[in-house]
Design a protein around this ligand. Sequence first.
Ligand SMILES: [Zn+2]
Length: 477
Amino acid sequence: MTWHAVIGIEVHVQLRTATKMFCSCAIPAEGDLPNSKTCPTCLGLPGALPVPNKAAIEKVLAVGSAIGAAAPATTIWDRKNYFYPDLPKGYQISQLDFPLAAHGSIEVTTSTGTSQVRIRRAHLEEDTARLRHEKGSDGRRSSLIDYNRSGVALLEIVTEPDIRDAETARRYAEELRLLLRTIGAADAEMENGQMRVEANVSIRPSEDAPFGTRTEVKNMNSFRSVEKAIAYEIARQAGILEGGGSVIQETRGWDEGSETTYTMRAKENSHDYRYFPEPDLPPLTITADWLSQIVAAIPEIPSVRRGRYVTQLGLSAYDAAVLVGEPHAAALFEAARSTDATIDVKTLANWVTGEYLRAAHDGAEAPDPAQFAALVGAVSRKDINGTTGKELFAELLNGPFDVRKAIADRGLGQISDQGALRALAAEVLAAHPQAREDWKAGKHQALGFLVGQAMKASKGRGDAAQLGEVIRALLDS
Ligand SMILES: [Zn+2]
């Protein structure tokens, strides 16, 4: 039978800030010594008081505005209490009733269409310490605690249960990451644990049936595993129900190796946490002025930009998605356009998504936008051919230079004068009489050989397509 899945996604993402959420400790980096980025506040020592990080609050307000969510006029902080060694104070400072953003949405495009995923809430909280369980040289097991991550600012974003399939869940997570990166709120590298995705998954026999019992799936460390884990979980629950069993509400982990989910623990309910208002922090007032300054600084968000590229610039949906999918590529595209309003946008998009992104993936920095625009302009006007363009582009990655001057000084301009092309063709035909014989004998590869020779003779400045026509006409004459 057909089952209808209901999926909600909860994401925790580390905000891009210089310091932690409630103290001035630096954000720990890969390779830091354990417990080297700590202070009395993030170690939870008695008497230490929290001071909120303004930049973190502003980033969450920016995210809220970008997803069309409402910010409260005043918010408070809450203590979420639980006892575990990764939590030095015995509670985590979070937000319960007045999140910094509520009721927004994110547009998600999948292979089957575009839909809106509603965001229930987004709030700020602090990260916990990390536990490491090891066996010592004496064979005894010990647990070590690294408080470096304790107090790092986290944004928690929770959707409504709007998602109906695993692909949409993956695309939602990807779109959220792109939005966070575009705004500069977070780097959100899933592989580095900067973005953690959890999915609540249940199934029901029809779209209007009540929700089934849900499981929470964790430990997915890539976008691909988000999709695979949810698809697996939907199939697992269907198997249980079709076999006459019932789904147990629990937290399940995704095992990348076996591509299955496994029981981690029985689900706790949120009332176990005994939330209460944080007495060490006063309520936070968000003035209209402050909020409007934050909103004014938000760049164009990805879904709006993609729409503009398609409807106003006439780019394909695919090119628009690739360009917008990499904020640095979109930035180069925009910067190059701004230096030359007449540039052919499709050629520019091809060069950014092709040559530039290839180089960027190999670690190259973006080229000077004005010179890059000059290069793309020269190619689209056929002043130079594609091969010469690629050579100049490689040079441009090492630093800016005057592309137009280089084309003129080095005589790189493409030979498109018919007389010059015919002279080149005649020269090559005279030098390779055998090729003419081969052509007459029906060996068509002779033409390709002659075009190659002519391109070589022109030092790469010929137009291969035009040369082909000219040589063919001579061969047939
Ligand atoms: Zn600290």
